[in-house]
Design a protein around this ligand. Structure first.
Ligand code: GTQ
Length: 348
């Protein structure tokens, strides 16, 4: 029943608010609608970063600071609706990291999980708890929470990759810890390919140890393998109307997502495909590996080409129109939302 405001009640309320404010109290009824909206109300906006436009800044960053001095030489992709917060969505961070030939990004570890999607160049490596992996374009590489990692470039060309981290999630929980390795580069204790051989070939050691806790023991998913799988699927059956041929990267030890907080996906859109609108509660960051097309996000059209990055805010309808055959990598906080019973999707 609507209450009728008596004369003087407005003043009485303001008076109450003022007095209790100094005791760190606030009235819920003034903010209830904003705290519990019927649908997500996010400052996150759709956006696209054209690699062609931002590549000069990345190159210039390589002239003004070394990887050693920067620790990580990264340009952060900040959501235009959340400038200054180092966030591309409310829960995730995104950056483009540059490492020049001969450079080293020193070893450290943190509770944040990181993923890398190699965007340009070859010949760099990242090391995870004693094992190095060579980076190639399109590779999806994980740095599990609390694992030592350093990056180096032993090749002859600049290497750029996209960093996806769950920084806002660890900050939300105030569960952020970090430390530097005592030396710049951690010792190599396993041969390259060890973890792939051990966990990535539908084989597993007889003992059920999990070297990286809740994160996949396979920390590098070579693009050549994922691309071949997508090509086989695309030859064999009809595409999903919303997604084309879309797969998620898994932890072979559990069959679940490769990382506990971040879901990672790869999809092939056949040339000419126009997908049906799709929305889900996990805001999603896309990196274009192959092909040109248009992403329609919340009614706005964004033309994309290889190496571009774009973001689809949660619960905004998105559809794709593929000019040529496209391959898109994407990541979101879906595993975290599913674990907490929050995730929703809507097709059509
Ligand atoms: O490579 O360890 O983009 O710690 C941000 C924080 C990359 C990294 C980032 C990091 C890293």
């Amino acid at each position: 029943m609507a209450s009728v405001l008596q004369p003087g009640v407005g003043n009485a309320r303001q008076d109450l608010y003022r007095r209790m404010d100094k005791d760190n109290l606030a009235p819920l009824w003034e903010v209830l609608h904003a705290l519990v909206p019927p649908q997500p109300q996010s400052p996150c906006r759709p956006a696209l970063w054209k690699y062609r436009d931002i590549r000069p800044y990345i190159e210039e960053s390589g002239r003004v600071i070394t990887a050693r001095e920067a620790v990580r030489r990264v340009l952060i992709l900040e959501n235009p609706g959340m400038r200054g917060q180092s966030q591309i969505t409310r829960s995730l961070y995104c950056g483009l990291q540059l490492i020049l030939p001969g450079e080293i990004a020193p070893s450290h570890r943190h509770t944040q999980s990181a993923l890398r999607l190699i965007v340009e160049g070859a010949g760099a490596y990242t090391a995870v708890d004693g094992e190095r992996v060579t980076m190639r374009q399109g590779d999806f590489i994980i740095t599990p929470s609390w694992t030592w990692h350093d990056h180096g470039n032993e090749g002859s060309e600049p290497v750029v990759w996209m960093d996806g981290l769950d920084i806002p999630i660890t900050h939300l929980f105030d569960a952020t810890f970090a430390e530097n390795y005592p030396e710049e580069v951690q010792p190599v204790t396993r041969r390259e390919g060890d973890s792939w051989a051990r966990y990535g070939c539908n084989l597993a050691p007889l003992s059920a140890e999990s070297p990286f806790g809740k994160t996949s023991p396979v920390f590098s998913y070579p693009y050549a393998k994922s691309r071949e799988a997508l090509a086989t699927l695309a030859r064999g059956g009809d595409p999903d109307p919303c997604h084309g041929y879309k797969m998620q990267f898994i932890n072979p030890a559990t069959g679940g997502p490769a990382m506990p907080t971040i879901g990672a996906f790869i999809q092939l859109l056949p040339a000419g495909l126009r997908t049906a609108p799709y929305r889900s509660s996990d805001a999603t960051i896309f990196s274009v590996i192959e092909g040109r097309g248009t992403a329609s996000i919340g009614g706005q059209d964004f033309a994309f080409e290889p190496r571009d990055t774009f973001v689809v805010p949660g619960w905004q309808p998105a559809s794709f129109s593929a000019q040529g055959e496209c391959v898109l990598f994407s990541y979101s906080d879906r595993p975290a939302q599913i674990a907490l019973g929050l995730w929703r999707e809507h097709r059509g």
